[in-house]
Design a protein around this ligand. Structure first.
Ligand code: SF4
Length: 319
């Protein structure tokens, strides 16, 4: 069979489902390639991760087109025999040969109203072992778990194994600061982090003190790297709450630089309504994200004096 793959909204971030599909078909002796127009395929797989990103409307020539991913259908899942496979890294030649992608767990016990994970994946459960992800000598693991620390003893055993093996990791979907116990803090301080960076979520005002508590606890066990905080703005948080939360981390960022301490960087993500992906994002959220996410702007000026476009300063939002 001739198989074509389409990574609709990948933007060069590897699509794990397509990598597994590629591996499965190659094991059946099929030819697998990125699909292009004007070529015939027996089957094309289109994968779309986000429901707000545009679809690929190219007319492809294929006997069958299978569409999957949360962007098309929140309930879509790979068949178990494919899901359990190792990804085929060869379809993304730009991925460094020392880097692997995967999940140790799936699901999340929480039900944050803005998040599709509980609906899509259900309760948290073990999924793969870190050794199953670190294939082909790949020792840098980008782990996309949604809430690894909620996995209790399984999380402890996996973090211990990551330390023993000397893997470098990045939990790129962030950790939940509320779940950082003394035991977890000791383990997190020992891990070799990719880019020396631990990520937390700080989506509500109440999470500020939880992030501060977790940061102080992990630092007390000798961690000297940076922190990266995902901060959702908008949604149930109005301008005032979003600004105050982000500005709290602006102050802390400045303090860390003045005291030559490892830094804390927020990363602002405007709210996306999971049930109405095309709901427009208000201008203040776009401007706040522009300010926060460009480190140079964030460090040079406060939000009021940030000028996202000619003739406009964000102090207008405070009137
Ligand atoms: S904790 Fe994270 S993964 Fe879990 S529901 Fe909330 S946002 Fe989603």
């Amino acid at each position: 069979m001739r198989i074509g793959l389409i990574d609709v909204d990948g933007h060069n971030f590897p699509n794990l489902a397509l990598m597994k599909i590629a591996g499965w078909h190659k094991a059946q002796g099929d030819d697998v390639d990125w699909a292009i127009g004007f070529e015939h395929y027996d089957r094309i797989y289109m994968s779309k991760v986000f429901n707000f990103s545009p679809d690929d409307l190219t007319m492809y020539d294929a006997d069958e087109i299978i569409k999957g991913g949360t962007g098309y259908d929140i309930a879509s899942q790979l068949p178990d025999e494919i899901d359990r496979l190792q990804p085929d890294y060869s379809i993304y030649p730009h991925i460094p040969t020392d880097t692997a992608y995967g999940f140790l767990t799936r699901g999340c016990p929480n039900k944050c109203p803005w998040c599709v994970v509980p609906r899509k994946e259900g309760r948290i459960r073990p999924y793969m072992d870190c050794d199953e992800i670190a294939i082909e000598g790949r020792t840098k693991l980008v782990l996309m778990d949604n809430n690894i620390l909620a996995a209790g003893d399984y999380a402890v055993s996996q973090l211990q194994k990551i330390i023993e093996r000397g893997y470098r990791v990045d939990f790129n979907q962030a950790l939940d600061a509320r779940l950082v116990t003394d035991e977890f803090a000791q383990l997190l301080a020992k891990i070799r982090w990719i880019d020396r960076r631990i990520r937390f979520g700080c989506d509500t005002h109440g999470q500020i003190k939880e992030c501060e508590r977790a940061i102080a606890l992990i630092n007390s066990y000798g961690y000297r790297g940076e922190y990266f905080l995902y901060t959702m703005i908008g949604g149930k948080s109005d301008f005032k709450e979003s600004f105050e939360r982000v500005n709290y981390w602006w102050e802390r960022n400045r303090e860390c630089r003045e005291q030559h301490k490892p830094n804390i960087y927020p990363y602002a993500q405007p709210y996306r309504n999971p049930d109405n992906p095309h709901e427009p994002i208000p201008e203040w959220q776009k401007d706040m994200a522009r300010w926060v996410n460009k480190h140079q702007c964030f460090q040079m000026t406060d939000f009021a004096n940030f000028s996202p476009r000619k003739g406009f300063k964000c102090k207008e939002y405070f009137k």
